[in-house]
Design a protein around this ligand. Structure first.
Ligand SMILES: Nc1nc2c(ncn2[C@@H]2O[C@H](COP(=O)(O)OP(=O)(O)OP(=O)(O)O)[C@@H](O)[C@H]2O)c(=O)[nH]1
Ligand SMILES: [Mg+2]
Length: 298
């Protein structure tokens, strides 16, 4: 079998997490319309029987670090690049090749001299695939020895070609994971991520950053033992953010809880009772001990 690690990297919001989910065919990493969603390395395993096992690494968007959290995020992207056998560098085709992409490529990818594919994502926004040709032509002049694949991670366009191209760059080896395994996140962290996704979905306009989720307890129901009771706190970094998450008469928090509960029930196959509350930890993103405690350590 062809076996190896494939890191998916790029600037924030280009669709890395959407891509890993589409490639795996299951949700392993949360997605939102805001940059800075993924905060740690997320592993997703794809096994194609007798053909290949690819261990995908979704990574935080590479950007300049401005606090303890973004520092850990950048380190985690760098570590994933070091671990990788193949690199998929994702760019947003609707924006084209920007100086931020070029900086990331020159600083973090080129020096590694690893097999690299540049995937031009969100091709659906261009209307026609042909519209990506000028970018591909320009880039292939500039960056020789790199392969280009236009894709749409959300529509599933051309992912087979991307997959073939990744597999062709891997070496023969023994599988590293059981074939049925898709991800390695502990339930507590995975559930926290699902809840964070719903908070982001509901408050992204009002609160740009600074939400963390800590799942405090997962236990069977006292009466109904088949039921799962999940208790989690939503951390915000400013006092003024608390009423935003709670909403008028608790409506917002209720809506968040509802969305998260439904997805947690799908994931666990159990009835879920979800308990949420909001806590303020002023400036937690700049305090390494909190960043670690909230699950974002390396
Ligand atoms: N139109 C279109 N939108 C996409 C595509 N792929 C991802 N998106 C959208 O782009 C936004 C960002 O997607 P993510 O997958 O969270 O991006 P990311 O690169 O993981 O972002 P960070 O984790 O913040 O670095 C979401 O709103 C996605 O729905 C695509 O192929 N086409
Ligand atoms: Mg992401």
């Amino acid at each position: 079998m062809k076996v190896g690690y494939c890191a998916i990297v790029g600037k924030p919001n280009v669709g890395k997490s959407t891509l890993i989910n589409s490639l795996i065919g299951a949700k392993v990493s949360i997605v939102s319309q805001k940059p800075g969603t993924t905060r740690m390395r997320i592993l997703g395993v794809k096994t194609i029987k007798d053909v290949a096992q690819i261990v995908f690494l979704d990574t935080p968007g590479i950007a300049r670090a401005s606090d303890a959290l973004s520092e850990v995020m950048l380190q985690s992207a760098k570590l994933s690049l070091e671990e990788a056998d193949v690199i998929v560098f994702l760019i947003d085709a609707s924006e084209g090749w920007q100086s931020s992409d070029e900086n990331i490529f020159n600083r973090y990818i080129k020096p590694l001299k690893k097999p690299t594919i540049i995937a031009l994502n969100k091709i659906d926004l261009l209307g026609k695939v042909d519209k990506a040709l000028p970018i591909v032509e320009e880039l292939s002049q500039k960056l020789r020895s790199v392969e280009f694949v236009p894709i749409s991670a959300s529509k599933g366009f051309n992912l087979d070609r991307l997959l073939d191209s990744i597999i062709s760059k891997l070496k023969e080896g023994e599988p590293l994971f059981e074939p049925e395994m898709t991800t390695d996140l502990p339930a507590r962290i995975f559930f926290a991520e699902i809840i964070r996704e719903k908070v982001l979905q509901k408050v992204h306009q009002e609160i740009p950053q600074g939400i963390a989720i800590v799942v405090e307890n997962i236990s069977p129901g006292k009466v109904d033992k088949q039921m799962l009771v999940i208790s989690a706190k939503i951390i915000v970094e400013k006092e003024s953010h608390k009423p935003i998450v709670i909403g008028k008469g608790g409506q917002k928090l209720k809506a968040i809880g509802e969305l998260a509960r439904k997805e947690l029930e799908l994931i666990t196959g159990k009835k879920v009772f979800l308990e949420l509350w909001v806590e303020v930890k002023p400036g937690w993103k700049d305090r390494p001990e909190f960043v670690k405690h909230f699950g974002y350590g390396l």
